[in-house]
Design a protein around this ligand. Structure first.
Ligand SMILES: [Zn+2]
Length: 175
């Protein structure tokens, strides 16, 4: 049995007891989470999300990249439209974690290898210090003109050894 069969079996169990077909598209917790792709840090588990609770964007490191800024900007417009044209102060949560692969990008030799073998510059993703990179990413959000300044943003760090999340920056409006 392949892993795909495992997933299809799990979905059959899920669908058998599914009753959320009329769930609204607007996230129940009014929240958008930016998290790492690491399999150990799935926000649904770590933050106890139920289906429909939050929008989740994941990339290596859970970093605020140009692609993430585009997603947040476009989603903000979409969500405002769903919400009757009102500015909707979504809460954006940046969630980084210990033992992150993006910390390895701090190694210049690895960065050079990725550049030469894959043609990709991962320098902007490198995490040298979680507190600093979370604060840098909040600032990147703040100065991005396409990101509405009424959004509320915060930053958290998940410890893969203990399962605990620590708040690094409390929620505050970007503007
Ligand atoms: Zn990671």
């Amino acid at each position: 049995m392949s892993n795909t069969d495992t997933l299809l079996d799990r979905n059959a169990n899920f669908a058998a007891r599914f009753s959320d077909g009329d769930m609204p598209v607007f996230p129940k917790l009014n929240t958008m989470i930016i998290a790492c792709i690491d399999a150990r840090v799935d926000p649904a588990h770590v933050l106890g999300l139920d289906l429909g609770d939050a929008v989740v964007i994941r990339n290596t490191g859970g970093r605020v990249t140009p692609a993430v800024i585009e997603e947040i900007s476009a989603l903000s417009v979409l969500i405002n439209q769903i919400n009757g044209g009102k500015d909707t102060p979504l809460e954006v949560v940046l969630l980084q974690h210990t033992q992150c692969g993006a910390e390895r990008y701090a190694d210049p030799n690895l960065r050079a290898a990725i550049q030469s073998q894959a043609g990709i510059d991962v320098t902007p993703l490198a995490i040298h210090n979680h507190d600093q990179s979370l604060k840098d990413d909040l600032e990147t959000l703040r100065i991005a003109t396409a990101v509405p300044n009424y959004l509320v943003a915060s930053a958290m760090l998940y410890d893969v050894k203990t399962g605990s999340v620590t708040e690094i920056v409390a929620p505050a409006p970007l503007g």
